[in-house]
Ligand binder design. Structure first.
Ligand code: ZN
Ligand code: ZN
Ligand code: ZN
Ligand code: ZN
Length: 474
C-alpha cells in the first residue's frame, strides 16, 4: 500500500462508484496538483479489455473506503474470481505481467487500474519500481476541476487514429497524439498505418472479427444481407435526441432501417455507429465515452457460425404445468407427459455475463476480463449494440470505417455527460471529421458519379428526415 499512501499536503477526495452500487470507495488526489491532465489510452490492451475505443484512467495518491478513512483493499493476486479479501466485490484481471485491472463482478464497471511497477530484477516477487494506482475517470462522482484529457497515447495501435480523430481538441487546445507513450513521436491527424493501406478491401473483407482481451468472446460480423432488414427499432438518441424529440418521431413508425448504411441504399454495406455519454454507459463501463455500432443479431456469428443468442429460450409454461400435473398423478393431464425432458442447454455464450441496467435494458460483458461486449433492449431484441473497442484493428483499423458509418452530428445523450466540456470537444471534433468525410466522398463521387440523387448524403446522421420522405413517398 505504500505506493498510494497520501502524499503530504491536503487531499481532495472524490467518490468512485459503479452502476450497481456493489463497489464504492473514495479516491484521494493531491489538491495542489489538480486538475490532473491525463491521457486517453488507445492501446490494444485497453480497447480489448474494456470494449471502449480509448480508456481514461487517472492516477490517485490514495484509495480509501467510502465511509471511513481506512485504505480500500483489493485482492492483489490478479486471479479471475471476485476478490475474497477485498473491500468491494471486484474481479481482478491481469492484462500483463505489470498491470491488474479490477472490474465490478455484477455490472462490469472498470474501477481500478494498478500498475505493479517495472521489475528491478528477473523473476516473480522481485523488487519493482514505479508502481501506481489509477481509477477509471467515468466512475468518479465529478471530474470538473479534478481531471481532464490532456493527450492521446498509443495511437499507433489503432492503425487508423481511432477515437483520437474524433476527439481533437479540448477547450480550444489541440490534444497531442503520441505514437506510443507520453512524449513519444506524434502522429498526424487522419494518419493511417501503412499496413492498412497496403491491404485495402482485400483479405477477410466479408467478415469483421471482434474479440475481448481474454478471447473468451469472439464473434464475426457479416455484411448487411436481406435478414438485416428484419428488425424493427425506434430511433436511437443519436438520430433523434430523446429529451427533445417528439415520441411520434422517435417511434420510427415509417420503419426506416436506419442502422443500414449508406442510408436508403439498395445495397447497404455498412452499419451505423456513434459515441454515447449516457449515465448507463458511463457507470457500467467506468469510462465517459462508449462507442457502439448497431448490428442486427443475425449478422453477428459465433465461432460455430450461428447467430449469437442472448435470450434464454422462452419457457413453455403449458408443457411445464402438464409435467407437474403428471408428476403428482393428476389424470388426463396430457399424453406422454411421463417422460421428463432434459433441461435444454442454455444457448447463451458461456463467456458472457448479463447485467440488467434498468428494466428491459441489458448489457453483456466478458466474465473474465470485464470487457463490455453488447447492449440490447427488450423493444429491439434483434438489433444489438456492439462495443466497437473489440474490433480487430488489423482488418480495417479501430474505427473500422469500411464497416461502420459514424454519426458526426451528435454524441448520444450528450446532456447526461459528466463533463460538458469533453462532450463539447467531442462534438466539434466530430463535426470536423464529418466535413472531411463529406469532402472525400464528394471527391470520390466526382470520379464515379452517382446515378440516384436521392441517395446522396450530406454526412452522418442528419439525413433521416429526407430518407423518411423518400420512404413515405414510395
Ligand atoms: Zn457494479
Ligand atoms: Zn492502454
Ligand atoms: Zn474477455
Ligand atoms: Zn449509452
Amino acid at each position: 500500500m505504500t505506493s498510494r499512501s497520501p502524499t503530504p499536503g491536503p487531499i481532495t477526495y472524490v467518490k468512485v462508484a459503479c452502476h450497481c452500487g456493489l463497489n464504492e470507495l473514495r479516491a484521494g488526489f493531491a489538491t495542489d496538483q489538480l486538475p490532473i491532465s491525463n491521457d486517453l489510452c488507445h492501446c490494444n490492451t485497453c480497447r480489448h479489455s474494456s470494449g471502449q475505443l480509448a480508456v481514461y484512467h487517472v492516477s490517485v495518491s490514495t484509495l480509501v473506503c467510502v465511509d471511513s478513512d481506512e485504505p480500500f483493499h483489493v485482492d492483489g493476486h490478479g486471479g479471475e474470481c471476485p476478490s475474497p479479501d477485498g473491500d468491494g466485490d471486484l474481479v481482478a484481471y491481469r492484462t500483463s505481467e505489470n498491470a491488474i485491472r479490477y472490474f465490478c463482478s455484477m455490472c462490469s464497471a472498470h474501477l481500478i487500474f494498478r500498475y505493479l511497477g517495472t521489475p528491478r530484477e528477473e523473476g516473480e516477487g522481485g523488487e519493482r519500481e514505479g508502481a501506481f494506482w489509477c481509477v477509471a475517470a467515468g466512475a468518479l462522482e465529478r471530474t470538473e476541476g479534478i481531471v481532464k484529457v490532456g493527450y492521446h497515447i498509443w495511437v499507433e495501435d489503432t492503425l487508423d487514429g481511432g477515437l483520437a480523430d474524433h476527439f481533437r481538441t479540448l477547450e480550444g487546445e489541440d490534444l497531442p497524439r503520441y505514437r506510443r507513450g507520453p512524449k513519444s513521436d506524434e502522429i498526424a491527424l487522419r494518419w493511417r498505418s501503412e499496413t492498412l493501406n497496403q491491404t485495402p478491401n482485400s483479405t477477410n473483407d466479408d467478415t469483421l472479427h471482434i474479440s475481448c482481451h481474454c478471447q473468451s468472446n469472439q464473434y464475426k460480423i457479416t455484411r448487411p444481407n436481406f435478414e438485416s432488414y428484419l428488425p424493427y427499432s425506434a430511433y436511437p438518441d443519436l438520430l433523434h435526441p430523446h429529451d427533445i424529440a417528439h415520441l411520434s418521431k422517435v417511434r420510427n413508425s415509417a420503419d426506416v432501417k436506419w442502422w443500414l448504411r449508406p442510408l436508403g441504399s439498395s445495397h447497404p454495406t455498412k452499419y451505423f455507429a456513434g459515441h454515447c455519454t449516457c449515465e448507463y454507459c458511463r457507470k457500467t463501463s467506468g469510462f465517459e465515452i462508449q462507442s457502439w455500432a448497431y448490428v442486427p443479431r443475425s449478422n453477428i456469428l459465433d465461432q460455430e457460425g450461428n447467430s449469437v443468442v442472448l435470450q434464454p429460450p422462452e419457457k413453455d409454461e403449458v408443457a411445464e404445468m402438464r409435467e407437474e400435473l403428471a408428476r403428482i398423478g393428476v389424470e388426463g393431464s396430457g399424453e406422454g407427459e411421463k417422460k421428463v425432458e432434459a433441461e435444454p442447454e442454455d444457448p447463451r455464450p458461456k463467456g458472457l455475463k448479463q447485467y440488467i441496467s434498468s428494466p428491459g435494458r441489458y448489457r453483456e460483458f466478458c466474465r473474465t476480463c470485464g470487457a463490455t461486449v453488447f447492449a440490447w433492449q427488450i423493444g429491439r431484441p434483434d438489433l444489438l449494440c456492439i462495443a466497437v473497442g473489440l474490433v480487430d484493428e488489423s482488418q480495417a483499423g479501430a474505427r473500422a470505417e469500411s464497416w461502420f458509418e459514424w454519426c458526426y452530428t451528435r454524441v448520444g445523450y450528450a446532456e447526461q455527460a459528466i463533463s460538458p466540456k469533453m462532450v463539447e470537444a467531442l462534438t466539434s471534433s466530430l463535426a470536423a471529421a464529418g466535413a472531411e468525410a463529406t469532402k472525400s466522398r464528394e471527391e470520390e463521387n466526382e470520379r464515379a458519379p452517382i446515378v440516384s440523387m436521392s441517395l446522396q448524403q450530406k454526412g452522418g446522421c442528419d439525413v433521416v428526415t429526407s430518407v423518411e420522405q423518400v420512404v413515405v413517398a414510395a
